[in-house]
Design a protein around this ligand. Structure first.
Ligand SMILES: Cc1cc2nc3c(=O)[nH]c(=O)nc-3n(C[C@H](O)[C@H](O)[C@H](O)COP(=O)(O)OP(=O)(O)OC[C@H]3O[C@@H](n4cnc5c(N)ncnc54)[C@H](O)[C@@H]3O)c2cc1C
Length: 290
């Protein structure tokens, strides 16, 4: 079976925040041949489609979600192909796995991304970034799949990138299937040490082991969302089983039995307070599914 269908998948199991109801269906693409079946699936399901990776940037609503999810989940070990300073990986490889490959091969450029738990595909789709770098800085080209065109490569320069934003330039559903990176030569020891520094800094300032979806709001131009939330009194603010982290006010934590309703209410209170106090509008970084 190259396209596995699961009906009513639980969003709590598919996301790092661990909350939410059920989607309509989840299509897991098990290999490249599964993409033919995926074309027929996309035709059948219509427009409520969403690609999902590790679910580490998703806040799923409670109850029934009218969504058909598509996940690249191949049944083989995700391996990197390396040629000089260029590294090509399948999009279902996890970013920490890619960083381990870069350490072993002494390839530099992505050390600031240590601690981001998502898949390579999800990280491209979010243009994930931290500590002054992002995916765009190292991506050379992306192999996309769309129902119309199938698989094709697109150079990074011909894709649209922004702050936590990526677009293929059309509204058509797409799956990131493979990514090629261009890195700079370095040594194993140097890359390892820079990755360790980044991760140590994150461990000291962010709740890296809690159930979160990373930063909940984007940093407004010229501001830190975490500082605004802190100054507005939201650090450690709880509602039911959800709460803004004591460690970093821009991380919303599920303390065990949180719900999306509680998360969204806290986000709405925080947005209103920050707007009232500082005249700044906070925009969600998490993808909210309702
Ligand atoms: C502890 C923690 C720390 C984090 N730190 C950071 C950080 O420092 N910087 C940062 O930017 N983010 C951070 N995040 C958020 C998250 O890890 C990143 O956004 C990550 O890149 C998302 O990858 P994912 O596979 O989990 O994507 P998902 O959460 O599954 O999906 C995110 C978006 O990508 C799309 N998508 C996913 N896979 C594909 C695909 N194959 N093809 C097309 N679209 C796809 C989805 O439709 C959705 O719109 C953090 C999260 C956690 C839990």
């Amino acid at each position: 079976m190259t396209l596995e269908l699961l009906h009513k998948p639980g969003m709590a199991q598919l996301t790092s925040l661990g909350i939410g109801g059920n989607a309509r269906v989840l299509a897991k693409v098990r290999d490249e041949a599964g993409l033919d079946e995926l074309s027929r699936f996309v035709e059948r399901e219509g427009s409520d489609l969403l690609a999902i990776g590790e679910g580490s940037n998703i806040l799923a609503g409670d109850g029934e979600l009218n969504l058909a999810l598509v996940q690249m989940a191949c049944e083989r070990k995700a391996e990197a192909e390396i040629s000089g300073t260029s590294v090509r990986v399948p999009a279902d490889m996890r970013l920490p796995g890619l960083l381990s490959v870069l350490i072993k091969n002494g390839l530099s450029g992505m050390e600031g991304l240590a601690g981001i738990p998502g898949s390579v595909g999800g990280s491209v789709a979010m243009n994930a970034g931290s500590y002054g770098t992002d995916m765009q800085s190292s991506v050379k080209r992306v192999r996309l799949w769309t129902p119309e065109k199938g698989l094709f490569w697109k150079d990074a320069a011909n894709l649209k990138w922004g702050y936590r934003h990526f677009s293929t330039g059309t509204d058509e559903f797409f799956l990131v299937w493979e990514v090629e990176f261009e890195l700079a030569p370095s040594t194993e020891a140097e890359v390892r040490s820079r990755i360790k520094d980044t991760f140590d800094k994150k461990k000291a300032t962010q709740p890296v082991t809690a159930k979160t979806a990373g930063c909940v709001f984007k940093n407004p131009e010229g501001y830190s969302a975490g500082k605004l939330l802190d100054d507005a009194g939201f650090r450690g603010r709880n509602l039911g089983g959800m709460g803004f982290s004591e460690m970093h006010a821009n991380f919303l934590e599920n303390k065990g039995n949180g719900t999306a309703a509680q998360a969204l209410e806290l986000m709405s209170q925080a947005t209103e307070a920050v707007s009232d106090k500082f005249g700044v509008t906070l925009k969600p970084e998490v993808i909210i599914l309702s």
